[in-house]
Design a protein around this ligand. Structure first.
Ligand code: SAH
Length: 392
């Protein structure tokens, strides 16, 4: 047995963890002086007040999620071999799903690796570590990545604001190889991402299947890709034969990548740097409409307290987007806010569309692709919602 400290649950606490949830909250544990004194990220044993073993996890007294469990056995070895087993399993799922090595390789708790996401771009891996516990395990993790994948490049995109809550510094660096621009292959199209400077890990793999769905409808149609980033939806629609594609985004570097991607796929797009709300209002005033409209904004509900203003913003966006959707057209409205439930989001979208006097039916309700597995006891981590409406 290792000499790890033990964290004890308070009487009758830990109900969710007993049923398989990987989190234990700070109000569920005995937060005594020895527990408070543990360094953030320390590996611990967890026991119920009745002596039941909950397993091995990492602890952070400063976080509301005090323990994230890594294994159901107490005293589990958390070393390179541990990571290699988890990574091999995560890799097998992706290799079964995708012909090319471009996907989210690790989706945190969904791949039994809390605090860690890894996006794969061929021989390049972009890691995002969001907890002190995972940060403390970087060394064996990188050893395991070498063993399982032998990547050319490993980039640490450790600049997610969530790290501040864990008392971690924000930084971006290449652990191996160099940062820079890279090609992404997805749905048979070629895109570009800037792994050091782009948003999140540089690319949003979560919308892959939704992009394919829209592209399947796009032949001969005009397409508006609002909040396009580097053209995920728009480029694929153009490649599928859209008659015209307009990408809107506030980020000039993202639009520059979209234009390069258009050239690489031998299609043409128009890209406008703008605020989407203002630009759609302008387009609507000019009575411009598009057969297909996609609106995939940044999160409007960043925290629970933003729910009401955020919900209102989703409703307004739905109204504006519907106002530039052609008769008989298709409208995709997305939210990547985990703080708004799909039912509420759908209600706001419906209300916004109806405000334009249009009728709509919901033809697809989807989330992220299967390279973003969701832990069954953490349904709230299914953050992405993509609703597709057929308008009259
Ligand atoms: N649809 C994209 C992902 C969009 S992410 C894809 O398929 O990859 C959200 C995008 O919204 C980001 O690119 C960000 O630059 C942009 N954005 C944020 N606020 C904006 C605003 N007010 N107007 C226009 N774009 C905005």
């Amino acid at each position: 047995m290792s000499k790890r400290p033990t964290i004890t649950l308070r009487p009758r606490e830990g109900r969710k963890a007993r049923n398989g949830a990987p989190w234990i909250f700070s109000n569920e544990i005995v937060m005594d002086e020895p527990a408070k004194a543990l360094a953030s990220g320390t590996l611990v044993h967890v026991k119920g007040d009745d002596g039941q073993d909950f397993g091995t996890g990492y602890f952070n007294s400063k976080s509301l999620i005090a323990v994230r469990l890594l294994a159901r056995e107490n005293g589990a070895h958390v070393d390179a071999a541990f990571f290699a087993t988890r990574l091999t399993r995560a890799l097998a799922l992706r290799e079964a799903l995708y012909a090319k090595p471009f996907y989210r390789l690790v989706h945190a708790e969904g791949d039994s690796l809390p605090g860690l996401t890894i996006d794969r771009f061929g021989g390049t891996l972009v890691l995002q570590v969001s907890t002190a516990g995972m940060e403390a395990l970087l060394k064996p993790l990188v050893m395991a990545l070498e063993q399982v994948l032998a990547p050319d490049t490993i980039i640490l995109r450790n600049d997610t604001p969530a790290r501040a809550l864990e008392g971690l510094e924000l930084y971006v660096r290449a652990e191996k190889g160099e940062m820079g621009r890279i090609a992404v292959e997805e749905n048979g199209a070629r895109y570009f991402a800037d792994l050091g400077q782009g948003q999140k890990t540089g690319w949003y793999y979560d919308q892959r299947d939704n992009r394919a769905f829209i592209a399947a409808l796009a032949k001969g149609k005009s397409v508006l890709d609002a909040y396009s980033y580097s053209g995920g939806f728009g480029i694929l629609a153009a490649k599928a034969g859209a008659s015209e594609t307009l990408c809107l985004d506030s980020s000039a570097p993202a639009l520059a990548l979209a234009e390069d991607s258009a050239a690489a796929n031998q299609v043409s797009i128009r890209a406008i740097k703008c605020d989407v709300f203002e630009e759609i209002e302008r387009l609507a005033a000019q009575k411009e409409v598009f057969d297909i409209v996609v609106a995939d904004p940044p999160p409007f509900v960043k925290s629970k307290k933003d729910l009401e203003p955020g919900a209102k913003a989703y409703r307004k966006l739905a109204r504006l987007a519907a106002s530039v959707t052609a008769p008989g057209g298709t409208l995709l409205l997305a939210s990547c806010s985990h703080n708004i439930a799909v039912e509420r989001f759908a209600a706001e979208c419906a209300a916004g569309i109806l405000r334009t006097g249009r009728k709509a039916t919901l033809i697809r309700s989807a989330g992220a692709g299967p390279d973003h597995p969701v832990h069954p006891m953490l349904p709230e981590s299914a953050y992405l919602k993509a609703l597709v409406y057929a308008l009259d």
